[in-house]
Design a protein around this ligand. Structure first.
Ligand code: FES
Length: 132
């Protein structure tokens, strides 16, 4: 019981994380996607796929399908938000710190979740580049 309590304490998510988790803005299928990137973390078992729609070198839309923890869902949603409106070059420069600061903060053991979303975005961009 003691251990459970400390675990909960560690998973002290900011309100921004919880809000985002409860009402994500970019979850789902992107029918007109022209680049997709899927990543998984074998340790936690979380999987996500980011899909982007690029027009004239700009990411005009992005959506994600995430099967994972609270942090995975909220960070991957933020990754889409940060990517939309950016050129593919600028989207490649989005950092883990950009994602985390949008959510104010993340518990240290949840930082890898934000990296997963970025990896998926970067894979989606490479897939787009290969085709175009
Ligand atoms: Fe692995 Fe969140 S615990 S992505």
């Amino acid at each position: 019981v003691k251990e459970d309590k400390s675990f909960e304490k560690k998973m002290n998510y900011t309100n921004k994380v919880i809000e985002r988790f409860k009402s994500p803005k970019h979850m789902g299928e992107l029918k007109e996607a022209n680049g997709k990137g899927k990543v998984g973390n074998p340790v936690c078992g979380d999987v996500m796929e980011v899909a982007i729609k690029v027009e004239n070198n700009i990411i005009v839309d992005a959506k994600v399908k995430t099967f994972g923890c609270v942090a995975a869902i909220s960070t991957s949603d933020v990754v889409c938000e940060l990517a939309i409106g950016k050129t593919i070059g600028d989207a490649e420069q989005i950092t883990k710190a950009d994602v985390v600061s949008k959510l104010e903060d993340l518990p240290p053991e949840k930082i890898h979740c934000s990296l997963l979303g970025l990896d998926a975005l970067k894979k989606a961009i490479s897939a787009y580049k290969e085709k175009h």
